[in-house]
Design a protein around this ligand. Structure first.
Ligand code: BES
Ligand code: ZN
Ligand code: ZN
Length: 485
């Protein structure tokens, strides 16, 4: 259960407190005894990550801000400390916990709270009894004390709510969540957050001739879906919408080019891009960001069934281009390509797709960076990089030269769905680029999403990579529009 966030004006004597310190001075309002204060001062000299004081009826946690590093790294250190503290906090069974700060920067409380909320997440809906490590019932409330803006607190709540449900969706196994049930979940989220969701089912997808999505679906016994999410507030500032496209492969076996050994593990998370797009729309709608945003989510599983698509098949995509299938495991780009060409009907300002697309992106950047490829104006990538540092979902750009696209040439069709072994992430991006005339930013989250162990509060097996990045990016775009007015 996600702890509730509340704002308080004063700390009472019996409340346990986390206090972030910008100097060695310990504020009076923590009401530590002389002995405790002396102890804290000695501990502050040792530069330990945190100081813990147990005063029988309450606990105090002190965290000294890091100095001499870039501001965005100071912020990240706080989020990481919250992760390192999570076990101790749970063990102490606080039903409520105050977070406050002294002589720090604006936003320190929110940063720590964000890290802690994301660190306390767990997926235990299928456990009939909590295990000994699942002390997930405390704290029930985080009480924020300090000079805080209501809008900032609301953003924190909306965004972390989105991370929670996005992670839940990513973690669902395919026997619990197929394409149709994913669409049902998206609809529910849309209804509660206030954005529109239209679900195109198989008949409609056939009528539209979305050949990529239909080809990947051929080996499945479950039908595909294509979800259209829309947030179009009356006060929106952009004339042309920004379209987000998310890869919704609810399970990737590889198809007939079946994945072997350990490579299939975790492939229920191959719809992380789709879940993340849903999370972004939730946050934007809940916050009321004045932008017109569309989300497109093509979804199916990829399996070797009786009529599965095969290597050598030639298919016709939604935009009428023909594609020779070189590998059925390069399925993500096929369903995304249909969605990206479908986006043309909106004449978008920008298309951003997000996908667990290639092992190559993971091999290149590990879990440290989202691989980005783009042909859009540099102002977008500059802003994305800035947001990436701020929320610490950093991006790293790969070259997007046309020569890489030449590797996709086919003898029998307009295009092949694979190139060679080298530069796999870039070639996948180049494939997608062929399906639109509009500016594209392609985010490959294969490395940052499929974590085998926690990367601090980016918890393993589906941390919802890119959700905080894209939500913040759109919020900033809206703010830039407002400034120009
Ligand atoms: N879903 C995978 C990519 C992936 C791999 C995500 C590992 C996360 C971790 C994608 O559909 C895939 O299988 N890509 C192939 C493409 C290849 C056949 C050209 C890959 O990367 O090996
Ligand atoms: Zn695949
Ligand atoms: Zn895949």
């Amino acid at each position: 259960m996600k702890p509730e966030i509340q704002r308080i004006s004063q700390i009472s004597f019996d409340q346990s407190v986390i206090c972030i310190l910008g100097s060695d001075q310990i504020p009076e309002r923590l009401k530590l005894s002389k002995q405790e204060t002396d102890f804290a001062h000695t501990q502050l000299q040792t530069k330990e990550e945190y100081i813990f004081i147990n005063s029988y009826n309450r606990c105090t946690y002190l965290i000294r801000l890091k100095e001499g590093i870039a501001h965005y790294k100071v912020r990240e250190e706080l989020r990481r400390t919250s992760y390192n503290l999570r076990k101790l906090i749970k063990e102490n069974n606080h039903s409520e916990l105050v977070i406050t700060s002294e002589k720090t920067y604006n936003g320190a409380i929110e940063d720590f709270a964000e890290g802690l909320l994301l660190s306390l997440y767990s997926f235990d809906k299928y456990k009939t009894k909590p295990g000994k490590d699942d002390k997930n019932f405390y704290p029930k409330k985080l009480l924020l004390q300090g000079e805080l803006m209501d809008s900032e607190i609301k953003w924190l709540v909306d965004l972390t709510d989105a991370v929670y449900f996005t992670r839940d969706l990513i973690k669902e196994p395919v026997n619990q969540l197929n394409a149709t049930s994913l669409a049902g979940e998206i609809k529910k989220i849309g209804d509660s957050a206030g954005f529109k969701v239209e679900v195109l089912t198989k008949n409609k997808i056939e009528a539209l001739k979305m050949g990529g999505l239909l080809a990947v679906n051929k080996g499945s016994v479950d039908p595909p879906v294509f979800c259209i999410l829309e947030w179009h507030p009356s006060n929106c500032l952009n004339k042309k919408p920004i379209v987000l496209v998310g890869k919704g492969i609810v399970y990737d076996t590889g198809g007939l080019n079946i994945k072997t050994g350990e490579f299939m593990a975790g492939m229920n998370g191959d719809m992380a891009g789709a879940a993340t797009v849903t999370g972004v729309l939730h946050t934007i709608a809940k916050t009321g960001i004045p932008l017109h945003i569309i989300g497109l989510i093509p979804s199916t599983d990829n399996r070797p069934g009786g009529n599965a698509y095969t290597q050598g098949d030639i298919i016709t995509m939604f935009n009428k281009m023909s594609v020779e299938i070189g590998n059925t495991d390069a399925e993500g780009r096929l369903i995304l390509a249909d969605a990206i060409s479908y986006a043309s009907k909106y004449s978008p300002e920008l298309i951003i797709d997000i996908a667990t697309l290639t092992g190559s992106a993971a091999m290149t950047f590990g879990n440290q960076a989202i691989a980005v490829m783009t042909n859009a104006d540099r102002k977008y990538i500059n802003l994305l990089e800035e947001c990436g540092n701020d929320v610490y979902e950093r991006i790293a750009e790969l070259p997007f030269w046309d020569e890489y696209g030449e590797l996709l040439k086919s003898d029998v069709a307009d295009l092949k769905n694979v190139g060679g072994r080298e530069a796999g992430a870039i070639i996948a991006g180049k494939f997608l680029e062929r399906f639109t005339e509009f500016p594209l930013i392609h985010l490959d989250i294969a490395g940052t999403e499929m974590l085998r162990k926690d990367n601090y509060y980016r918890l393993k097996n589906g941390p919802a990579s890119g959700l905080r990045l894209l939500s913040t990016f759109l919020k900033r775009i809206a703010a830039n529009y407002s400034e120009k007015r």
